[in-house]
Write a protein that binds this ligand. Structure first.
Ligand code: F1P
Length: 485
């Protein structure tokens, strides 16, 4: 963007605003980037012009709040609220899978008011794979919003930044590659814009990409050390103990972010992997300030660690210290390492089968559909059979009532949030034909979910036909190359 027009001074924050917004990891990275950029502006005695929005508010920065992602009205209202009275707003919506209705609602506001808003969308699927599912109560889908953006982008009134990254190592876990790419992209764009603004000349910014490549090389040159950490963290989780990230500065924030993602991805408890940061909320400078009163999981300071965790630590727990003497140079490396440690630990714990998250939470529409597709892939059954099994597992019944079958998807995802091991339960029922109660006791007997699933699959897939279906499904998924949704 920086090499097109002669840049102006950084606009006056009274009139103008840059808003970064997203759900889950994407919202947390919006916070991460705006904090860093505003800090830099303040250091240069310039007004902080950047704001973040995260679906579900600040509590979603440090805990899993997946439901607000489905709400486009909430998205549009939150954007309207922060941009009240502004003359120019650069809106950057982040949705790795080009899928979040919350962000679609915000982009729709921008497209309706081009006099005020310039919309930018960041994601990592090709535009034609943006989510096409109707959004309840809306005339638009994510896909139709992307199409409108594409039209406007021809006149440079909207910008779509969507390099394809290919599938994630754990299918759908966009916190990993997707999150890292979001961080790199936004940092490069912001630094370039800032440098162009300071020098008052257009800048082509290439050198910074080299430093990211170096960070990757340095990180993965330590593969053995990383593997050892993953194994140690895995052992802690396997024996019901915990992993703590005790961090300072931006690396500490990356620890909080990594920990908060484990709940929706692996059905983890917040105590399994938990982050603490020096200075807590005061240091982070989040919009809503101290969230401690919201509950134990919002105790994020080192003091909280000292008071509530340290007294009960054993040598089976793992505590990782995250700090650096050289500013933010180690951020990407730290993110990659933490993603590897938490993912690896949950693989050890048996929360992953092949590259599928088999105990994901089903707490929004995207995760509901992801779970249904996963059941189809693993069982070879039809979509309707898999959805029925999922609902039975959600409501813990063997026969669905009329109400259960006809109510709104939100009722299902709310109910799913209260249950445990919903997807493994549905899978065992599908594969064995047993009741929900029997599936529950089978899973209780096997402490490791992957082993229970493997055992059922082994019995069930001995029929050659199913094996072939699954192999061809796997092949299709591998070839799709864009599995962010
Ligand atoms: C947003 C997100 C992910 C999270 C999980 C649920 O996805 O919250 O960050 O890991 O998959 O969805 P997106 O809108 O960035 O695609």
């Amino acid at each position: 963007m920086a090499d097109r027009a002669k840049p102006d001074r950084i606009p006056d924050p009274q009139d103008s605003l840059i808003v970064l917004s997203g759900c889950g990891t994407s919202g947390r990275l919006a916070f991460f980037i705006t904090s860093g950029f505003n800090r830099e502006l303040r250091r240069l005695n310039q007004g902080a012009i950047c704001l973040y929005i995260i679906a579900g508010g600040d509590r979603a920065l440090f805990s899993s709040q997946e439901a607000p992602e489905d709400d486009p009205i909430l998205g549009s209202l939150s954007l309207r609220k922060v941009s009240e009275g502004k003359k120019r707003v650069l809106f950057i919506g982040i949705s790795c899978g080009l899928s979040a209705p919350f962000v679609a609602g915000q982009l729709d506001v921008c497209l309706q008011h081009p006099d005020v808003y310039t919309p930018v969308l960041i994601g990592f699927n090709p535009a034609h794979q943006a989510r096409k599912e109707p959004i309840p109560g809306c005339t638009f889908t994510f896909h139709s919003v992307v199409e409108r953006m594409q039209e406007l982008s021809k006149m440079q009134k909207a910008f779509l930044i969507n390099p394809a990254l290919g599938p994630e190592a754990i299918s759908g876990s966009s916190r990993m590659k997707g999150g890292s790419a979001t961080k790199i992209l936004l940092e490069v764009v912001f630094s370039a814009a800032h440098a162009a603004n300071s020098s008052r000349t257009p800048i082509l910014y290439k050198y910074r990409m080299k430093s990211y490549k170096q960070a990757l090389d340095v990180t993965y040159s330590q593969a053995e050390g990383i593997a050892a950490l993953m194994e140690a963290a895995g052992h802690s989780l396997q024996c019901g103990r915990r992993v703590c990230y005790l961090g300072w500065g931006s690396l500490g924030l990356l620890g909080l972010i990594d920990a908060s993602e484990c709940k929706p991805t692996f059905g983890a408890d917040y105590e399994d992997i938990r982050g603490f940061v020096s200075g807590g909320y005061k240091e982070l400078g989040n919009k809503e300030g101290d969230l401690n009163l919201m509950g134990c999981e919002f105790g994020i300071t080192h003091d909280d660690f000292l008071n509530s965790v340290l007294p009960c630590l054993t040598d089976k727990d793992m505590v990782l210290l995250l700090y650096s003497h050289s500013g933010n140079q180690w951020e990407l490396s730290t993110k990659l390492l933490l993603n590897a440690v938490s993912t690896g630990a949950h693989i050890f714990k048996g929360k992953v089968y092949q590259n599928y998250m088999i105990d994901l939470q089903v707490t929004n529409s995207k995760l509901y559909h992801r779970a249904t597709r996963l059941l189809q892939t693993l069982s070879g059954r039809s979509e309707s059979q898999c959805e029925e099994a999922l609902l039975k597992a959600i409501y813990q019944v063997d026969k669905l009532t009329e109400d259960m079958m006809t109510c709104h998807l939100k009722t299902h995802t709310d109910a799913a949030g209260k249950g445990e091991k919903v997807v493994p339960l549905a899978l065992v029922c599908l594969l064995t034909g047993c009741s929900v109660k029997e599936a529950k006791s089978l899973l209780e007997r096997k402490a490791i979910i992957r082993e229970a699933v493997e055992e059922c699959l082994l019995k069930y897939t001995s029929s050659k036909g199913l094996k072939e279906t699954r192999e061809s499904e796997d092949k299709k998924l591998r070839e799709a190359g864009s599995l962010m949704m």
